[in-house]
Unconditional design. Structure first.
Length: 200
């Protein structure tokens, strides 16, 4: 990487970090160009050069953290010795991410974060293509071997992640009536029953 590219990366990191801080402190309404340039010390021209708009910056911040979440889920999944262990590892990794990065998790699970896939679902999917492909490579052979139910990858993905997302949203909203450690064990068992080839 050239020095110019390194400077560009550092500038983008400052803008992305500032956007997350402002979102954590002031919510979506606080994410203005003026607030981000003031908090980051980066010029208005640089923000537009790198991200095109404040929306482009927030989309990039959401994708950055969604990518990190997916990386952690895949790492947990690939280290698990069995399919059943993999399901539990994913649920536990999801909740660990939520606990360790609550501000980023709120952005990923925010109405703003939800609107982006609705507007440009395929573009969002393409941005995470390598990670999605890695998940498919874990699921497909297990369907073919009969460990997992003969369902499509999107359905298995939804059955595995949907309950974790719902509990995470509840916890992030400040309703702490669910213990994440306890929920991880219960959900993992219930999810396994829904995706295993021979539920008991």
């Amino acid at each position: 990487m050239t020095p110019k590219q390194q400077r560009g990366e550092a500038t983008m990191d400052r803008l992305l970090d500032a956007a997350l801080r402002i979102y954590a402190e002031s919510g979506e309404q606080g994410l203005t160009v003026n607030a981000v340039t003031k908090a980051s010390g980066v010029s208005l021209g640089s923000l537009y050069h790198h991200f095109g708009s404040i929306d482009g910056l927030v989309i990039a911040a959401e994708r950055r953290w969604m990518g990190r979440l997916l990386d952690e889920l895949l790492t947990a999944l690939q280290a698990a010795p069995t399919s059943r262990d993999g399901i539990e590892a994913v649920v536990r990794a999801y909740f660990a991410f939520v606990r360790e990065h609550p501000d980023a998790a709120r952005l990923v699970h925010s109405p703003y974060g939800d609107r982006q896939p609705m507007r440009s679902g395929q573009e969002q999917r393409d941005a995470q293509r390598a990670r999605v492909s890695a998940l498919a490579r874990w699921i497909q052979p297990r369907v073919e071997s009969g460990e997992l139910a003969p369902l499509s990858q999107p359905l298995i993905e939804s059955l595995v992640l949907g309950p974790a997302v719902a509990v995470a949203r509840r916890w992030l909203s400040g309703i702490h009536d669910v213990d994440l450690d306890e929920a991880a064990g219960i959900l993992a068992e219930r999810i396994w029953l829904s995706v295993s080839a021979e539920p008991r």
